[in-house]
Design a protein around this ligand. Structure first.
Ligand SMILES: [Zn+2]
Length: 442
């Protein structure tokens, strides 16, 4: 190594050491942690055994045997934490801890079901983190003014019925008895599955949480995206859950012989769709901000190598926290599609499929999270959640906020999902402190 490089390296090393010593000086000793990081790791590892896949990760689908067994395990932990356990008519599990005053409930928790071949962090971190907070309150003999509850929501991932955030949706009053007779691909209804949890489907609406019953809902969760990991920021303060709008677009052209139809006489629906799909990406990229857009597939008919495509169908999905921005982008996309129609001699029509409104986090709760993180010397970043969450349902009936911890490389819904133990412990401690700040603030 040339001498100059050596010197440069030493200087860099010196700076790094100075930086490190400052960081250490700012760091509070571990004893200021109220949650027990090692116990949290143990419960998360124990939970990961339910539905573990031989090739890594977990398949713990809502209502499955593995889910049932994991729920029993979680209820046991709740009892050990001195909580009164109850299961509502949607199968949501609650662990209750009394407050000293007659006040609305401070609620925290997440979900323990996973997708097929999922990871061990999505939902699990917030569930076990919340139970660890309750255990720490119990062991510390901490008295809170508000009752504090932990919740494990039923079937967040929407297995069986394609209905995500099922339990929280029922609790928020957004889903009702109309979903009970919906059949899954095994021919079983939601009512059948609820009976398996020991619930009475006829009483489903009893699971609704009345407005005013909750002082706040705070959910700890992994980011499931790359921002915190990339920027090396330990705590994300979620601004809200983005709105999701979806459309189905159909391009009508003319199917014709691919050999005998001259190139200038074609009404090629697939070629037009290709331009449309690129236009979607261009419009979404043209705006500043973190909005996203996707075209997940394209179907071409008749779909033969020797036939010019007569009909093409593709979906468009747009997501952002700002609904007006999504509407504006959609207007621009429609303009571009019309241009393509003119050039390609086809006709395109789009119809709306889904319209999920954004759910904003409560500013007072967001400040409490920032304050809690600051007390631990942890940097925070405000960011939206691009994934659907139970929190977005509960936002309809109570002030809501979410604490994000980093996801390595932004990977989620995969066995490769990973969050370091240290980040998980930080998130749980921030949750503990946030709840106590909220308990004292009103
Ligand atoms: Zn989740």
């Amino acid at each position: 190594m040339p001498l100059l490089d050596m010197r440069a390296r030493l200087v860099v090393l010196g700076v790094a050491l100075v930086g490190a010593s400052i960081a250490v000086a700012q760091e509070k000793p571990a004893s200021t942690f109220h949650v027990d990081a090692r116990r949290l790791q143990r419960t998360l590892e124990a939970l990961s055994a339910f539905g573990r896949n031989p090739d890594g990760g977990v398949s713990r689908l809502g209502f499955s045997q593995e889910d049932m067994a994991a729920r029993e395990y979680v209820m046991g932990l709740m009892r050990e934490a001195g909580l009164q356990v109850r299961v509502d008519q949607a199968g949501n599990i609650f662990g209750h801890r009394d407050g000293t005053e007659h006040l609305p409930i401070l609620l925290t928790g997440s979900h323990i079901d996973s997708v097929l071949h999922g990871g061990n962090y999505d939902g699990d971190v917030g569930s076990m983190g919340a139970i660890e907070v309750m255990t720490a309150l119990h062991e510390g003999g901490v008295k809170t003014r508000h009752p504090v509850e932990v919740v494990i929501w039923t079937n967040e991932e929407g297995n069986h019925f394609g209905l995500g955030t099922l339990g929280s949706g029922v609790a928020a009053g957004l889903l009702g008895p109309e979903i009970l007779e919906r059949k899954d691909d095994q021919g079983l209804t939601l009512a059948d599955w609820l009976r398996r949890y020991g619930q009475d489907p006829a009483r489903l609406t009893e699971a609704r949480i009345p407005e005013g019953a909750l002082a706040a809902f705070v959910e700890l969760h992994i980011e499931q995206g790359p921002t915190l990991d990339e920027r090396r920021i330990p705590i994300g303060v979620v601004q809200g859950i983005v709105c999701v709008k979806r459309w189905k677009c159909v391009v009508d052209g003319v199917a014709n012989h691919a050999g005998t139809t001259p190139m200038n006489r074609r009404h090629d629906a697939l070629a037009a769709a290709a331009k449309d799909i690129l236009a979607v990406r261009e419009v979404v990229r043209a705006e500043s901000g973190t909005q996203v857009g996707n075209v997940g597939f394209v179907r071409a008919e008749p779909g033969a190598i020797n036939v010019v495509t007569g009909r093409a169908e593709f979906p468009v999905e747009l997501r952002d926290l700002d609904e007006a921005k999504v509407d504006r982008m959609w207007g621009a996309i429609l303009g571009r599609l019309k241009e393509v129609d003119g050039v390609e001699g086809v006709q395109t029509a789009c119809t709306p499929l889904d319209d999920v409104k954004p759910a904003k986090a409560d500013p007072r709760l967001q400040s409490a999270i920032r304050e809690a993180a600051k007390g631990l010397g942890l940097a925070t970043l405000d960011l939206p959640s691009f994934a659907g969450q139970d929190s977005q349902q509960i936002a309809r009936i109570a002030p809501m906020a979410m604490i994000f911890v980093p996801s390595k490389d932004g990977i989620s819904h995969s066995p490769k999902e990973f969050t370091p133990w240290e980040d998980i412990a930080n998130g749980a401690e921030v949750l503990y402190r946030t709840l106590l700040i909220l308990d004292g603030s009103n």
